[in-house]
Design a protein around this ligand. Structure first.
Ligand SMILES: Cc1ncc(C[n+]2csc(CCOP(=O)(O)OP(=O)(O)O)c2C)c(N)n1
Ligand code: SF4
Length: 250
């Protein structure tokens, strides 16, 4: 009897992520959502530049590679020209909240009918651990060796809080993947973000608080603790906007 299986929407390619990196868990949750909805034949993913740059090797659906930060613009073009397809982006915090902030905000305010999976690990992973817009106050990175000084570098950007203030987007939620309970909740939120698109509801953004043990200089176990003790207090989990639920309640 099979009790545990790889989702059909993941290929057999070996993931290149560092040991303990939670990108792999998030890939699995996205693939499970695609499997559950039976949309593997019509889903197109947009891969970022960042550690997930090779996501096109891992998802068993059509994939397009976008330049750093441009995934929501590429996804907009795909969705408008192929409205029957299901389009998702998969982006890191450097990609989405730094160089790609304009694309993100404008896709959200237009309520583009796309699904955005935003992986917040508070650092630029791929390029060796530079400070990101999401790095925490006091966080030591390659470019803030004495810790992020908010007087110089400003405060971290809370993407869900900001995007949910726009009138456009349909669904904005923050989840984490540092323990089993959070992984289950993250899976449900990602599924809902795809479901919203199928129902034509519009822009859904799921921020997943993730880990980067390599650039945080922590063991995989300590990195998950750091998510709990440092990341989640700064980035509270929850649903920040769910327009359909608001309409139903009124
Ligand atoms: C236009 C452009 N600017 C800068 C870069 C360099 N670059 C590559 S990945 C990256 C940051 C990746 O960090 P993030 O998006 O947080 O993803 P992670 O690697 O942490 O998953 C940067 C700045 C680039 N490839 N293209
Ligand atoms: S550098 Fe960080 S984000 Fe990139 S694969 Fe390694 S642990 Fe994951």
């Amino acid at each position: 009897m099979i009790v545990f299986q790889k989702p059909k929407s993941l290929t057999d390619a070996e993931l290149h992520y560092c040991p303990g990196c939670t990108h792999g868990i998030i890939h699995r949750l996205v693939a499970e959502a695609i499997d559950t909805l039976g949309i593997e034949g019509k889903t197109i993913g947009v891969a970022p530049v960042g550690c997930a740059v090779m996501a096109y090797n891992y998802f068993a659906c059509d994939m397009v590679e976008a330049a750093h930060g441009r995934a929501p613009a590429v996804a907009t073009g795909l969705k408008r020209s192929l409205p029957e397809n299901v389009i998702f982006t998969y982006q890191g915090d450097g990609d989405l909240a730094s160089i790609g902030m304009a694309e993100t905000v404008h896709a959200a305010t237009r309520n583009e009918n796309i699904t955005v999976v935003f992986v917040n690990n508070a650092i630029y992973g791929m390029t060796g651990g530079q400070m990101a817009p999401t790095s925490l106050p006091g966080q030591v990175t390659q470019t803030s060796p004495y810790g992020r000084d908010v007087a110089v570098a400003g405060y971290p950007i809370r993407v869900c809080e900001m995007i949910s203030k726009l009138d456009g987007p349909e669904y904005v939620a923050r989840v984490a993947v540092n323990n089993v309970k959070n992984v289950k909740a993250a899976g449900k939120a990602i599924l809902k973000a795809f479901q919203n698109q199928i129902e034509g509801k519009g822009f859904s953004l799921i921020e997943v608080v993730s880990s980067c043990p390599t650039n945080w200089g922590l063991t995989p176990e300590k990195a998950l603790q750091w998510v709990d003790e440092k990341m989640i207090p700064y980035y509270p989990l929850g649903v920040y906007k769910d327009r359909s639920a608001e309409v139903t309640e009124k």
